[in-house]
Design a protein around this ligand. Structure first.
Ligand code: KG4
Ligand code: ZN
Length: 335
């Protein structure tokens, strides 16, 4: 079955055609990041307006690059939560109109579930159950994926998401939005042990994360140095900060895997592109005898191919909506 998938939860307008949840026939992503960079972050109203302009040509291109027409499509999957509400509504309403005019089933798809599903494209043999670390700009979760549409949150951040922490630290060092990517690159040439940064733990919740203290610690380090007129080695600051974030993420994730006795470990979301996170988990999993899966780098960020992958499994489990489908800024991955 071929699914036409639509994604507009943040600053990427994306459409894709995916066959049977695993085979990407086309994937188009129109990014607005250059425009938001001027403001140091995503401006919600601008995002909604750009989605409204881009969505028709992006969907048309996804169909034409797959060499298909709407008559070849079996269902329409769309991201309906979580994300920027105005942005989500553009995709949801477009998908609703398309479903109404074609008579095709409409499949509401959760954005974080889609991030997880990017792994079904990159790792064809992967099947649930597995434990997944979902790390994006807005979320940091450890999720037990019991089945394709059955998930349980094992741990989550109490404050900032990992991506948010990376972006704020990067911004303090003058890097353009979204700074996580550049911070990762600069960190490659630095000493991760140059600066001692905290590894915050959440009392009585061993799988939860807290990144706001760590973020404040690195911001203070940078500000204090600049007040004293001292020049810090940027690569060393990036490397030390990245090491601290990755340490927190991997420690809880590996502890959860051990405690829950899971042997398939998976990462997903924008931050799963982080080089150190990928390297660390690859070697730790090898050491512990776990199978480890990650999305290819091009599928870590927001895209619609992953929506087509998850949408297929949502459709199989009977999750379809009618024309009263709404969008939600927040919604648990368990729902
Ligand atoms: O999943 P995503 O594309 O969008 C959301 O759903 O939030 O994640 C975007 C986040 C941004 O915070 C970005 O800085 C971060 O992922 N990110 C990275 C890297 N690549 C993207 N963070 C650290 N290292 C990277 N290589
Ligand atoms: Zn995302």
């Amino acid at each position: 079955m071929k699914i036409l998938a639509i994604e507009s939860s943040c600053d990427e307008t994306a459409a894709a055609v995916v066959e049977d949840g695993r085979k990407v026939l086309s994937s188009i992503v129109a990014s607005q990041v250059e425009e938001h960079r001027l403001y140091g972050g995503v401006v919600p109203e601008i995002a909604s307006r750009r989605h409204a302009e881009a969505i028709t040509p992006v969907v048309r291109r996804a169909l034409s690059e797959a060499d298909l027409t709407l008559s070849d499509i079996g269902a329409i999957a769309v991201t309906y939560a979580p994300g920027l509400i105005g942005a989500l509504l553009v995709g949801v309403n477009f998908a609703k109109g398309l479903a109404l005019s074609t008579g095709l089933p409409l499949v509401p798809t959760h954005h974080l579930r889609s991030h997880i599903a990017s792994n079904y494209i990159s790792n064809q043999e992967l099947k649930p159950p597995f434990l997944c670390l979902v790390v994006s700009g807005g979320h940091s979760h450890i999720v037990m994926v019991e089945d394709y549409t059955k998930m349980k949150i094992i741990g989550q951040t109490r404050d900032d998401a990992a991506g948010e922490a990376f972006d704020k630290a990067a911004r303090t060092m003058g890097m353009p939005y979204p700074g996580g990517i550049e911070l990762d690159k600069v960190a490659e040439n630095g000493d991760p042990k140059a600066f001692k940064l905290p590894r915050p733990v959440v009392h009585d919740a061993p799988y939860d994360f807290s990144f706001s203290g760590l973020k404040t610690a690195v911001i203070n380090l940078i500000h204090n140095a600049s007040q004293k007129g001292e020049e810090l080695n940027k690569a060393d600051v990036c490397a030390s900060f990245r090491y601290a974030v990755v340490d927190c993420l991997t420690a809880n994730f590996l502890k959860a895997a051990r405690d829950l006795n899971v042997n398939q470990l998976v990462i997903a979301g924008g931050v799963s592109a982080n080089s150190l996170l990928r390297r660390t988990l690859e070697s730790e999993c090898k050491k512990h005898g776990y199978s480890f899966y990650m999305p290819e780098k091009s599928l870590c960020g927001d895209n619609a191919a992953m929506v087509g992958a998850q949408g297929y499994y949502e459709y199989l489990s009977g999750n379809t909506a009618n024309s009263d489908l709404n969008a939600y800024a927040t919604l648990s991955i368990e729902k």
